[in-house]
Design a protein around this ligand. Structure first.
Ligand code: ZN
Length: 186
């Protein structure tokens, strides 16, 4: 599990490193606050997505299921700054579907870790492919990276889009287009 004492001394060192006075009033409780925050924003490291996808329902119709606009907040592992946006998930069932809230839970398990967007997209697709064994999965993430907007090249509003497909979605542009049409229309 997480080592809160290590997090607290790390935060103290960081503050000292930037030349701050760790004993001034505003900063006194910051190490403790950040340690507690880490339990939440990095809690996905200690969660198994398979748990959320265990509960399944049988369906007769294997038409495409799409859950779009799932808001997520994650942390870029290169700068430890937030990146946030929306996840869109589609899959073609193979007789089984997951509860809709479980798709959002799966996104959260991977968002709540130090991450890069490309890896997160692939991890969600893999978890759904393994958990539901559908005919195929398509996952699209669009996010704004604060490491690109509040520092570095400073391009506010720019979005990074990533897309991962498995199974029947891999080389079927017609299926991909059906998904994208559903996702892009408001
Ligand atoms: Zn970054």
């Amino acid at each position: 599990m997480m080592d809160y004492e290590k997090i607290k001394s790390g935060v103290r060192l960081l503050l000292e490193g930037i030349g701050e006075d760790v004993n001034r009033e505003g900063l006194l409780e910051t190490p403790e606050r950040i340690a507690r925050m880490c339990a939440e924003i990095y809690g996905g490291l200690y969660e198994d997505p398979a748990v959320h996808l265990k509960k399944q329902f049988t369906v007769e119709c294997n038409d495409m299921v799409v859950e779009k606009d799932i808001t997520f907040y994650s942390t870029c592992e290169h700068h430890l700054l937030p990146f946030y946006g929306k996840a869109h998930i589609g899959y073609l069932p193979n007789g089984k579907v997951a509860g809709l809230s479980k798709l959002a839970r799966t996104v959260d398990v991977f968002a709540r870790r130090p991450q890069i967007q490309e890896k997160m997209t692939a991890q969600i697709a893999k978890a759904l492919q393994e958990g539901l064994k559908p005919q195929g999965v398509i996952v699209m993430l669009e996010a704004e990276h604060t490491c690109m907007t509040m520092r570095g090249i400073k391009k506010p509003g720019s979005k990074t889009v990533t897309l991962v497909t498995t199974g029947v979605f891999q080389d079927n542009t017609e299926l991909q287009n059906r998904f994208l049409t559903l996702v892009l229309k408001s």
